[in-house]
Design a protein around this ligand. Sequence first.
Ligand SMILES: [Fe+2]
Length: 176
Amino acid sequence: MNSDVQIAGDPLALPHLMPPPPAHPATVAEFAGLSRAVAADRAAWSRLVRYDATSRWYRRLRTGPGYEVWLLSWVPGQGSGLHDHGRSSGVLTVLHGELTETHRTPGKAVRRRLAAGDQRVFAPGHVHEVVNDSLEPAVSLHVYFPGLTEMPFHDRHTGGALHNSPAPARQYAPRD
Ligand SMILES: [Fe+2]
């Protein structure tokens, strides 16, 4: 043995010796874990969901140091338009139904079908469009770090920037 330190017994059986769990996520894995924890509490998020056929529905669920968690609904046919997320990274988690994500890179577009439980993690500069092209409503959870402050739209054919749109946080007053 290379160390003079020997551990007798199971240190995990002594919870008072363990560091306290972090109050807020700080890594990609922890943000993905936060999303999964929210997703698992279906009773909590499902009572908040509203479906609006006339405009996209958003609700900010929580905020933490440098991050925001949003609940979104999608009736069949609703979509985001092709956009990026400014300086923000994000985790998209489908909570209910199915969504189709088209990820655009120069000269290429990749479509993914996302079912309930599927997650997509993206970095700043990720250009995508999310659409509910199914026949059933869908619900998704979005974590942004840092919080979303801009959402530039892109041309669907060229991928080039079109215009900048205020992020949902500025478009919609928080209802929490
Ligand atoms: Fe997005």
